[in-house]
Design a protein around this ligand. Structure first.
Ligand SMILES: C[S@@+](CC[C@H](N)C(=O)[O-])C[C@H]1O[C@@H](n2cnc3c(N)ncnc32)[C@H](O)[C@@H]1O
Length: 219
């Protein structure tokens, strides 16, 4: 349902209240994100959620006019999920994955229509297969991939090799771009990077394809 039609029968005063309520909830979500960053550090890797500019830079790699299965890893409080939800059409399949229970609660509240897997991204082959998903066209990753335990990295790479479509893309946001260039080059046969200055801190997007056939864990 479009935003316009969903607001059609709502009185203006109710709309102002709900917008205010939403804003307050967003501020609380950012506060929670920062607290999680302080508590979990490298498992979160960023002090604040991604900016709209960062998300735009991720989503420009997706051709939404064509049918596709899209999986988001590490959805956090949902800045990527939000924009994806606005662009989805009936020919898309979308699943968000997040392992933190508090973030999952926020995601369920904000996106009640989204399929959410509360799961470890390193072990998603089976839960996705249970949803009937064997092949994936786009993986949107907000995970702190280079900081994940080796076992989780290995699980993700095994899944990508098996499930990413031949012309599929693994699209990764990062706020420490240059440090990890060699990491992504070791794993993928095709790696492109684009800087995004309008983010706190500035970062960028790696767009990668052709996961390598020979598996190596990366520390
Ligand atoms: C840098 S935040 C990105 C959040 C959001 N996508 C954004 O752009 O603001 C990383 C997210 O990955 C999640 N995460 C970390 N390790 C994970 C794992 N093994 N499985 C699933 N999610 C994980 C964290 O809980 C956090 O929400």
């Amino acid at each position: 349902m479009s935003r316009e039609s969903s607001n059609a029968n709502v009185a203006p005063s109710e709309m102002v209240e709900s917008t205010f309520g939403e804003r307050r909830a967003r501020v609380a979500d950012v506060g929670l994100f920062f607290k999680k960053f302080l508590a979990k550090g490298r498992q979160i890797s960023s002090a604040v959620p991604s900016s709209p500019a960062m998300v735009n830079s991720m989503l420009r790699h997706i051709d939404f006019s064509k049918p596709a299965t899209i999986v988001e890893l590490g959805a956090g409080t949902g800045p990527v999920t939000e924009q994806v939800m606005e662009l989805l059409r009936p020919h898309h399949r979308f699943v968000a994955v997040e392992n933190d229970p508090d973030f999952c609660e926020i995601l369920r509240r904000r996106f009640p229509d989204t399929t959410l897997l509360q799961a470890d991204a390193g072990r998603i082959a089976e839960p996705l297969a249970n949803l009937g998903i064997q092949k994936v066209d786009y993986v949107l990753s907000g995970l702190p991939t280079p900081n994940l335990p080796r076992r989780a990295q290995a699980g993700i790479l095994r899944w990508l090799r098996k499930s990413l479509a031949p012309d599929g893309l693994f699209i990764q946001i990062t706020v420490a771009p240059l440090i990890y260039r060699s990491f992504y080059r070791r794993i993928f046969g095709a790696v492109n990077y684009r800087m995004v200055w309008l983010n706190l801190p500035p970062g960028g997007v790696y767009c990668c394809g052709r996961p390598k056939g020979v598996f190596q864990t990366v520390g």
